[in-house]
Design a protein around this ligand. Structure first.
Ligand code: G6P
Length: 611
């Protein structure tokens, strides 16, 4: 989704802006652009479709493109095609330039009134109305800062904005409502960006703006007003990340790097939370005890991969903690009526903490009377963490590949910690807690073992590359794992993949089976094994080609049309996490053969900050 970087300095900022745009590429985009105020006090703009590299080539081939203040943007098209004309920055009357992330919902009304005022539009975007509005307000305002404060009162929707004007070439003004924006503080210069990762080569000191904030930033000062126009001090945070954490290193793709980081990510998400065979009570913060004591049910809301983590957790919460649990995709949850149960804990799950639907669903849940909220998130200072009563961080480190991998497995680990915390108050025995904690502790080693399947999977992947469809089967906690496997494959290899609970085969999908549709089954050695075996027979009997990821004790034997990949035996409790690893590798290896853009698959975005 769109990314913003902007800065003001005592010297040329062009290089920093281009470098920042590269670091924002992972968010997903289809065009890019930047605007600077040059030495003559004129706004200079460059835009291009496609990759940031194309923009960079254009900028470096034109020596005039320099400036001590500038704004830059990667655009993920919503209103208007991904053309150069629609790319940001947008400019009004050669005086005001602006970049925007989000969606302006009242853009049609604003456009109509601006056209009457004589403003000419050069794009099909919702964004262009903002730049004209700022320009119009500037005529009656003391300065650009007040013009932007006035403008945001007239906007409906979600936005983060960065604006410059050659009438005030020393000052960058920014605003935030619903879309992320951070200020990176440096010596003699300051920058803003959509996320910390874009600025890590410049600084580790950050201010996270809150919704409604507007800031005026110069090379040596930051002034912030809140939604009421009152000057406020926002805390400065020191980021623990360094620029290496977002470097590719020896890996060909971020996705592969992130798959291989899972043993460490798992260990980091457990660190400081376990003692002996128990989960530490302090894991959820001091207010958690009282809230957890009162909880009788759980409502999980999330999108995409995070939703799949929620589906696994439902099984765990009901089985081990004895707590009734519902799971719903956030975009559906927020648009229907609910019977609000008393003492229900809303758990939002999100890698980024910025997914618009998840954030809106949480706000809606609170409005309609859900009393308590916990957020499982990978980004400490995100919108979702700020909106939640309690936060449990996954310490996966930055995830850059659009297809989520280490965020998912660490979400499952964090969710298991919730299961223990609620279980301790309900039906969970000491023995069960000990078993879960022991299994959690074994995860870094067991995940590393599962990664060794990579070579075998690379061979199997050859069978897939020319297929158009694939079916994933699982049962119980492994049905959501099959869903996650199918999602990974479709996201990055563009093969149409669907997941079914294996018992549903004969209610429809069996009609699709022939030797052109490979079927991938997830087969741990659990109480559903015999049922799954029968379902697999149904596929074989119809000439389907099967690939089974199986615990060796399941007794699957390779034969014509049946390939078995043995996954080392693990306790049922952690099996969903372990079986995820080969499915991630399978998707990656197939995508590699197909030559797709693994880290930035077409049409997708990492952080979906619009509805
Ligand atoms: C996008 C990403 C997915 C992610 C989903 C939810 O679709 O491409 O990888 O699972 O958003 O994101 P979140 O940050 O809320 O987990």
């Amino acid at each position: 989704m769109c990314g913003i970087i902007a800065g003001v300095s005592g010297h040329d900022v062009t290089g920093t802006l281009l470098e920042g745009l590269k670091r924002l590429e992972y968010r997903g985009y289809d065009s890019a652009g930047l605007a600077l105020i040059d030495e003559q006090g004129e706004i200079l703009r460059k835009r291009s479709t496609g990759r940031v590299k194309a923009l960079q080539d254009e900028v470096t081939s034109d020596v005039r493109v320099r400036g001590n203040i500038g704004i830059a943007h990667t655009r993920w098209a919503t209103h208007g095609k991904p053309t150069k004309q629609n790319a940001h920055p947008h400019i009004c009357n050669e005086t005001v330039a602006l970049v925007h992330n989000g969606i302006i919902e009242n853009h049609e009304a604003l456009r109509a009134s601006q056209e009457k005022m004589g403003y000419r539009f050069t794009s099909n975007t919702d964004t262009e109305v903002i730049v004209h509005q700022v320009h119009s307000n500037l005529e009656h305002s003391a300065d650009l800062f007040s013009a932007l404060q006035q403008t945001i009162k007239e906007l409906e929707g979600a936005y983060s904005l960065a604006v410059i004007s050659n009438l005030e070439p020393d000052c960058l003004v920014v605003a935030r409502q619903g879309s992320p924006l951070v200020i990176g503080l440096c010596e003699g210069e300051n920058f803003i960006a959509s996320d910390v990762a874009a600025l890590l080569t410049k600084t580790r000191e950050f201010i996270f703006l809150e919704d409604g904030d507007v800031a005026c930033i110069t090379a040596d000062n930051v002034r912030i007003v809140d939604t009421n126009g009152k000057q406020v001090d926002r805390q400065v945070h020191h980021s623990r990340l360094n620029s290496d954490s977002v470097e590719l290193g020896e890996y060909r793709h971020y996705m592969l790097k992130e798959i291989y980081e899972q043993p460490t990510a798992a260990a980091d998400t457990l660190e400081g939370r376990l003692s002996g065979n128990r989960l530490l009570a302090a894991t959820f913060g001091h207010e958690a005890d009282e809230i957890f004591d009162s909880i009788t049910s759980v409502q999980i809301i999330a999108c995409g991969t995070s939703y799949h983590a929620g589906l696994v957790a439902r099984h765990w919460l009901e089985e081990f903690a004895g707590v009734a649990t519902s799971v719903e995709v956030a975009s559906e949850f927020r648009y229907r009526s609910h019977v609000v149960p008393e003492n229900c804990l809303v758990i939002s799950i999100s890698q980024s903490g910025e997914t618009a639907d998840t954030l809106a669903a949480l706000k809606y849940a609170k409005e309609i009377g859900f009393q308590h909220s916990l957020c499982i998130c990978n980004v400490a200072e995100s919108s979702l963490t700020r909106e939640s009563d309690m936060v449990l961080l996954t310490h996966a480190g930055p995830e850059i590949g659009v297809a989520s991998t280490k965020a998912f497995t660490t979400q499952l680990i964090a969710l298991m910690q919730v299961v223990i915390a609620l279980g301790q108050r309900n039906s969970m025995t000491h023995e069960q807690e000990e078993r879960i904690v022991r299994e959690l502790r074994s995860l870094p080693v067991k995940i590393a073992e599962a990664l060794e399947l990579d070579t075998e999977i690379t061979v199997i992947a050859e069978k897939f590359a020319h297929k158009k469809h694939a079916l994933f089967l699982g049962r119980g906690t492994h049905f959501p794992i099959a869903m996650e496997g199918a999602l990974k494959l479709k996201e990055i290899s563009y093969i149409h993949a669907e997941a079914y609970p294996a018992g549903e085969l004969k209610h429809g999908p069996l009609a699709l089976i022939d030797n052109e549709v490979p079927v991938i089954a997830v087969a741990p050695n659990n109480e559903l094994l015999q049922k799954l075996k029968s379902n697999i027979q149904e596929v074989r009997a119809r000439g389907g080609e099967l690939i089974v990821f199986a615990d060796p004790a399941t007794g699957f034997k390779e034969k014509d049309g049946l390939t078995v990949i043995e996954v080392a035996p693990v306790d049922d409790i952690i099996a969903p996490i372990i079986f995820t690893i080969p499915l991630q590798l399978l998707a990656y290896r197939v995508a590699l053969i197909k030559g797709t853009d693994v880290d930035k698959p077409r049409n997708l975005a990492k952080s979906v900050t619009v509805e």
